[in-house]
Design a protein around this ligand. Structure first.
Ligand code: F6R
Ligand code: MN
Length: 192
Protein backbone atom coordinates (compact mmCIF):
# COMPACT_ATOMS: atom_id res chain seq x y z
CA UNK A 1 0.00 0.00 0.00
CA UNK A 2 1.20 3.49 -0.83
CA UNK A 3 0.72 6.22 1.74
CA UNK A 4 0.04 9.47 -0.06
CA UNK A 5 1.05 12.92 1.16
CA UNK A 6 -1.67 15.48 1.85
CA UNK A 7 -2.82 17.11 -1.42
CA UNK A 8 -3.32 20.48 0.18
CA UNK A 9 -3.46 22.03 3.59
CA UNK A 10 -6.60 23.44 5.17
CA UNK A 11 -6.93 25.03 8.58
CA UNK A 12 -10.44 24.53 9.97
CA UNK A 13 -9.86 27.31 12.51
CA UNK A 14 -9.01 30.16 10.11
CA UNK A 15 -9.88 28.67 6.71
CA UNK A 16 -6.40 29.01 5.21
CA UNK A 17 -6.19 26.74 2.17
CA UNK A 18 -2.97 26.18 0.26
CA UNK A 19 -1.30 23.67 -1.99
CA UNK A 20 -0.46 23.01 -5.61
CA UNK A 21 -4.02 22.52 -6.78
CA UNK A 22 -5.37 25.54 -4.96
CA UNK A 23 -6.43 28.41 -7.21
CA UNK A 24 -7.07 31.96 -6.01
CA UNK A 25 -9.66 34.25 -7.58
CA UNK A 26 -10.11 37.87 -6.58
CA UNK A 27 -13.12 40.14 -6.98
CA UNK A 28 -12.65 43.89 -6.79
CA UNK A 29 -15.26 46.57 -6.28
CA UNK A 30 -15.26 47.30 -10.03
CA UNK A 31 -16.38 43.71 -10.67
CA UNK A 32 -19.54 44.32 -8.62
CA UNK A 33 -20.87 47.27 -10.59
CA UNK A 34 -24.66 47.63 -10.54
CA UNK A 35 -25.23 45.32 -7.59
CA UNK A 36 -25.41 47.88 -4.78
CA UNK A 37 -28.37 50.22 -4.30
CA UNK A 38 -26.32 53.38 -3.68
CA UNK A 39 -24.66 54.05 -7.05
CA UNK A 40 -23.22 57.43 -5.93
CA UNK A 41 -21.51 55.83 -2.91
CA UNK A 42 -20.19 53.07 -5.19
CA UNK A 43 -18.65 55.56 -7.63
CA UNK A 44 -16.95 57.47 -4.78
CA UNK A 45 -15.03 54.36 -3.67
CA UNK A 46 -11.75 52.87 -4.92
CA UNK A 47 -12.73 50.53 -7.80
CA UNK A 48 -9.54 48.48 -7.31
CA UNK A 49 -10.37 47.63 -3.70
CA UNK A 50 -10.55 43.87 -3.12
CA UNK A 51 -14.00 42.91 -1.84
CA UNK A 52 -13.47 39.14 -1.66
CA UNK A 53 -11.23 36.31 -2.68
CA UNK A 54 -11.88 32.63 -3.17
CA UNK A 55 -9.34 29.85 -2.73
CA UNK A 56 -10.48 26.60 -4.30
CA UNK A 57 -8.95 23.14 -4.33
CA UNK A 58 -9.40 21.67 -7.79
CA UNK A 59 -8.35 18.04 -7.75
CA UNK A 60 -10.46 16.78 -10.63
CA UNK A 61 -11.55 19.50 -13.06
CA UNK A 62 -15.22 20.13 -13.88
CA UNK A 63 -16.27 16.48 -14.15
CA UNK A 64 -19.58 14.86 -13.29
CA UNK A 65 -19.25 13.15 -9.92
CA UNK A 66 -16.31 15.31 -8.81
CA UNK A 67 -16.25 17.81 -5.96
CA UNK A 68 -14.63 21.20 -5.42
CA UNK A 69 -13.66 22.54 -2.00
CA UNK A 70 -13.29 26.27 -1.47
CA UNK A 71 -12.91 29.03 1.07
CA UNK A 72 -14.33 32.51 0.44
CA UNK A 73 -12.95 35.49 2.35
CA UNK A 74 -15.25 38.50 2.18
CA UNK A 75 -13.71 41.65 3.59
CA UNK A 76 -15.70 43.99 5.84
CA UNK A 77 -17.11 47.14 4.30
CA UNK A 78 -20.22 48.82 2.96
CA UNK A 79 -21.37 50.67 -0.11
CA UNK A 80 -23.61 53.30 1.43
CA UNK A 81 -25.58 51.32 4.01
CA UNK A 82 -25.28 48.01 2.17
CA UNK A 83 -22.78 45.44 3.37
CA UNK A 84 -20.09 44.04 1.07
CA UNK A 85 -21.38 40.93 -0.66
CA UNK A 86 -20.46 38.40 -3.31
CA UNK A 87 -21.86 38.68 -6.85
CA UNK A 88 -24.13 35.73 -6.26
CA UNK A 89 -24.99 33.02 -8.75
CA UNK A 90 -27.11 30.03 -9.51
CA UNK A 91 -25.38 26.87 -10.70
CA UNK A 92 -25.26 26.40 -14.44
CA UNK A 93 -26.42 22.85 -13.86
CA UNK A 94 -29.45 24.01 -11.98
CA UNK A 95 -30.04 20.95 -9.80
CA UNK A 96 -26.60 21.04 -8.18
CA UNK A 97 -26.61 21.83 -4.43
CA UNK A 98 -23.80 23.05 -2.17
CA UNK A 99 -22.67 23.10 1.46
CA UNK A 100 -21.49 26.34 3.11
CA UNK A 101 -20.15 26.64 6.64
CA UNK A 102 -19.04 29.57 8.77
CA UNK A 103 -15.38 29.66 9.82
CA UNK A 104 -14.66 33.22 10.96
CA UNK A 105 -16.60 36.46 11.21
CA UNK A 106 -20.30 37.03 10.89
CA UNK A 107 -22.50 37.41 7.88
CA UNK A 108 -25.62 36.44 6.01
CA UNK A 109 -26.37 33.79 3.42
CA UNK A 110 -29.06 34.98 1.05
CA UNK A 111 -30.80 32.46 -1.18
CA UNK A 112 -33.51 32.76 -3.81
CA UNK A 113 -35.49 29.93 -5.35
CA UNK A 114 -37.02 29.83 -8.83
CA UNK A 115 -40.18 31.57 -7.59
CA UNK A 116 -37.94 34.45 -6.36
CA UNK A 117 -38.63 33.52 -2.73
CA UNK A 118 -35.69 34.51 -0.54
CA UNK A 119 -34.24 33.15 2.69
CA UNK A 120 -31.62 34.80 4.89
CA UNK A 121 -29.51 32.79 7.35
CA UNK A 122 -26.94 34.05 9.85
CA UNK A 123 -23.42 32.76 9.14
CA UNK A 124 -21.15 32.50 12.17
CA UNK A 125 -18.28 30.21 13.17
CA UNK A 126 -19.65 26.66 13.16
CA UNK A 127 -22.90 27.39 11.31
CA UNK A 128 -23.71 24.90 8.55
CA UNK A 129 -25.85 25.71 5.52
CA UNK A 130 -27.18 23.46 2.79
CA UNK A 131 -28.06 25.30 -0.39
CA UNK A 132 -30.37 23.08 -2.41
CA UNK A 133 -30.29 22.85 -6.19
CA UNK A 134 -32.21 25.38 -8.29
CA UNK A 135 -31.35 28.06 -5.73
CA UNK A 136 -29.31 31.24 -6.25
CA UNK A 137 -26.96 32.15 -3.40
CA UNK A 138 -24.76 34.98 -2.17
CA UNK A 139 -23.10 35.97 1.11
CA UNK A 140 -22.76 39.37 2.81
CA UNK A 141 -20.35 40.39 5.56
CA UNK A 142 -22.33 42.04 8.37
CA UNK A 143 -19.39 42.34 10.76
CA UNK A 144 -16.18 44.34 10.93
CA UNK A 145 -13.68 41.50 10.46
CA UNK A 146 -13.28 39.28 7.36
CA UNK A 147 -16.05 36.75 6.87
CA UNK A 148 -14.48 33.37 6.10
CA UNK A 149 -16.82 30.73 4.70
CA UNK A 150 -16.06 27.18 3.55
CA UNK A 151 -17.88 25.58 0.63
CA UNK A 152 -18.10 22.22 -1.10
CA UNK A 153 -19.95 21.81 -4.38
CA UNK A 154 -20.22 19.42 -7.34
CA UNK A 155 -17.38 19.96 -9.79
CA UNK A 156 -19.74 20.09 -12.75
CA UNK A 157 -22.08 22.69 -11.17
CA UNK A 158 -20.71 25.72 -13.01
CA UNK A 159 -21.64 29.31 -12.18
CA UNK A 160 -24.35 31.29 -13.93
CA UNK A 161 -24.13 34.97 -13.00
CA UNK A 162 -26.17 36.37 -15.89
CA UNK A 163 -29.37 34.52 -15.02
CA UNK A 164 -29.78 36.53 -11.84
CA UNK A 165 -27.96 39.74 -12.83
CA UNK A 166 -30.95 41.45 -14.39
CA UNK A 167 -33.45 41.34 -11.54
CA UNK A 168 -31.05 40.50 -8.72
CA UNK A 169 -32.08 39.11 -5.35
CA UNK A 170 -35.35 40.32 -3.78
CA UNK A 171 -33.67 41.44 -0.54
CA UNK A 172 -30.71 43.57 0.51
CA UNK A 173 -28.67 43.30 3.72
CA UNK A 174 -28.18 46.82 5.06
CA UNK A 175 -27.09 48.53 8.25
CA UNK A 176 -29.76 50.41 10.18
CA UNK A 177 -28.99 52.01 13.54
CA UNK A 178 -25.72 50.12 13.67
CA UNK A 179 -27.23 46.66 13.13
CA UNK A 180 -27.85 44.48 10.07
CA UNK A 181 -31.41 44.29 8.76
CA UNK A 182 -33.02 42.65 5.75
CA UNK A 183 -34.57 45.15 3.38
CA UNK A 184 -37.19 44.05 0.91
CA UNK A 185 -36.47 45.58 -2.48
CA UNK A 186 -40.18 45.95 -3.27
CA UNK A 187 -40.43 48.34 -0.28
CA UNK A 188 -37.38 50.22 -1.60
CA UNK A 189 -39.03 50.97 -4.93
CA UNK A 190 -42.14 52.35 -3.22
CA UNK A 191 -39.87 54.71 -1.30
CA UNK A 192 -40.94 53.20 2.03
C1 F6R B 1 -19.26 27.92 -5.43
C2 F6R B 1 -19.70 28.96 -4.48
C3 F6R B 1 -18.69 29.82 -3.79
C4 F6R B 1 -18.72 31.20 -4.48
C5 F6R B 1 -17.88 32.26 -3.83
C6 F6R B 1 -17.86 33.58 -4.61
O1 F6R B 1 -20.34 27.35 -6.10
O2 F6R B 1 -20.88 29.17 -4.29
O3 F6R B 1 -17.42 29.29 -3.82
O4 F6R B 1 -18.33 31.03 -5.82
O5 F6R B 1 -18.39 32.54 -2.55
O6 F6R B 1 -19.15 34.02 -4.93
P1 F6R B 1 -19.56 34.33 -6.42
O7 F6R B 1 -19.22 33.11 -7.23
O8 F6R B 1 -21.03 34.59 -6.39
O9 F6R B 1 -18.76 35.51 -6.87
MN1 MN C 1 -22.33 28.02 -5.61
Amino acid sequence: MMILPSQASFSPSNGRLSGEQVNRAVRRLKDLRGLFADEAAFLAMDPEQIVYEVHAHDACGPVEGGLFFGVSTLFPGKVGQEYFMTKGHIHERRNRGEYYWGIEGRGALVTMNERREATVAVIEPGSLHYVPGNTAHRIANTGNVPLVVGACWPADAGHDYDAIAERGFPVRIVEENGAPVVRNREDERDGR
